[in-house]
Design a binder for this molecule. Structure first.
Ligand code: NI
Length: 441
């Protein structure tokens, strides 16, 4: 083939792509390529950040050192940084040199009351106080990785500030695992304190490292992805009597046992399992002191998970109805308290679809997988109640381990294959850039 002909062919291919491929019309290819290079260059720094955070984990609403490190790094990148949001939250705004939408990227900051069992040179020896008890503290959910990844994204995007078509809000959020008893915290408190009031992002992205996916694989799910999580507390009131003469009192233990079984029929017999699954578990029953005394009362604690807000409310009503009427049938009474936890994490279907190409570019098309529903909960859901959001998962289990057998998030053996971190940087960078380059109408 002559060189002249080759040139002609190349030109016509470019022309066809420009006309027929909608993604090439708006995406700033040179910027995307430069950011891709920067992602590779920053890998060591991201790993170093992650190890530093890992070695210095802090519990929810106590992320003081963590916030300082993040604020200093973001300041060094030349960004306007706000601190002390929802106690220890840090937010930085990066205004690009070109006009465009506002995109928020979020990482959570807190660690867990878990004593690390990994033998790493940067393993945590930190301790903290949880519910009045001294405990080991560990980044057993991988939020150390989330922060390191987001700092990497911030470093790269800020280096390309002039060419960036829009504004990026970097949100470092405390207390995702839940504020200590009697305190507020997390995403909800950030929003209550006005996070989105001055500058409301058009969309938000976040990711979570995940043990059940191989390192470098990205998982996603459009629509409901993670469950709502609510707690219930039931106190059955009977009447104390001798264990040999139950007819002289009202036995709350037998009533509690019936309630446990009754509650299980909500999920299995009463709600439409074909629309959405749900889970209800009683995790604690406490009552009585010795073998031959029927006690006055029994306390039960449990959790309920669902994937639809209407179903969630419906199940709450059924919990109350079931408990009240079973108690009544025995002449007992029951107090029902349902404490709302995080809402359903719902990925905006359009935003999810629009972002998938960015994820495929970041991880390779074979490494982007649709996931099953996750019965865990996330307070990223509060952001998604305000603006369209997409929350996805980054596999971190190394090749030599079966991801399904790997110690799960929250395990003292939860471990991260750090080669996955740069995929996280790529994915969030590309997701943000894709949105900024071609925001929905
Ligand atoms: Ni987590």
């Amino acid at each position: 083939m002559s060189s002249a002909r080759r040139v002609f062919l190349t030109v016509s291919v470019v022309a066809i792509l420009t006309v027929f491929d909608p993604s090439s019309v708006t995406a700033d290819e040179p910027l995307a390529e430069d950011l891709e290079q920067r992602a590779a260059q920053i890998e060591d720094e991201v790993i170093a950040w992650r190890r530093d955070f890992h070695q210095h984990p802090e519990l929810s609403n106590r992320e003081f050192r963590t916030a300082k490190v993040i604020a200093a790094e973001l300041g060094d990148m030349g960004m306007q940084v706000d601190t002390g949001i929802a106690h220890t939250g840090v937010v930085a705004i990066l205004e690009g040199g070109e006009p465009g939408p506002v995109v928020a990227l979020r990482a959570d900051m807190d660690a867990l009351p878990v004593t690390e069992k990994l033998e790493l040179p940067f393993a945590s020896k930190a301790t903290g106080e949880y519910r009045g008890e001294e405990t080991g503290v560990m980044h057993a959910c991988g939020h150390d990785a989330h922060m390191a990844i987001l700092l990497g994204v911030a470093r790269n995007l800020s280096a390309e500030r002039e060419r960036l078509p829009g504004t990026v809000m970097f949100i470092f959020q405390p207390a995702e695992e839940g504020a200590p008893e009697g305190e507020e915290g997390g995403a909800r408190l950030m929003l209550e304190e006005g996070l989105f009031e001055e500058l409301k992002p058009d969309a938000i992205f976040g990711l979570h490292v995940w043990s059940s996916l191989p390192a470098g694989v990205l998982g996603y799910r459009p629509g409901p992805a993670m469950a709502s999580s609510d707690q219930f507390r039931l106190v059955v009131h009977g009447r104390q009597t001798h264990g040999s003469k139950p007819w002289a009192g009202i036995d709350p233990i037998v009533v509690a046992a019936q309630i446990v079984l009754g509650l299980q029929t909500i999920e299995s017999r009463q709600v439409d399992v074909t629309s959405n699954p749900s889970v209800l578990s009683v995790g604690r029953i406490a009552g009585g002191i010795r073998n031959n005394i029927i006690p006055d009362e029994v306390e039960m604690l449990g959790t309920v998970r669902s994937f639809d807000e209407d179903m969630r409310k419906d199940i709450h009503r059924r919990i109350e109805r079931t408990a009240v009427h079973i108690a009544e049938s025995a002449g007992a009474t029951v107090e029902v308290d349902i404490t709302l936890g995080y809402p359903v994490t719902v990925n905006d279907p359009e935003l999810t679809a629009q972002t998938l190409d960015a994820l495929r570019e970041a991880a390779g098309s074979d490494n982007v997988r649709k996931m099953s529903l996750i019965t865990g909960a996330e307070d990223f859901s509060y952001f998604q109640q305000r603006i369209p959001g997409f929350y996805f998962f980054l596999g971190v289990t190394s090749e030599d381990t079966d991801p399904l057998a790997a110690p799960a998030n929250h395990s003292p053996l939860f471990s991260i294959d750090e080669s996955a971190l740069v995929t996280g940087v790529r994915a969030l960078t590309k997701a943000a850039l894709a949105y900024m380059s071609a925001p929905p109408d």
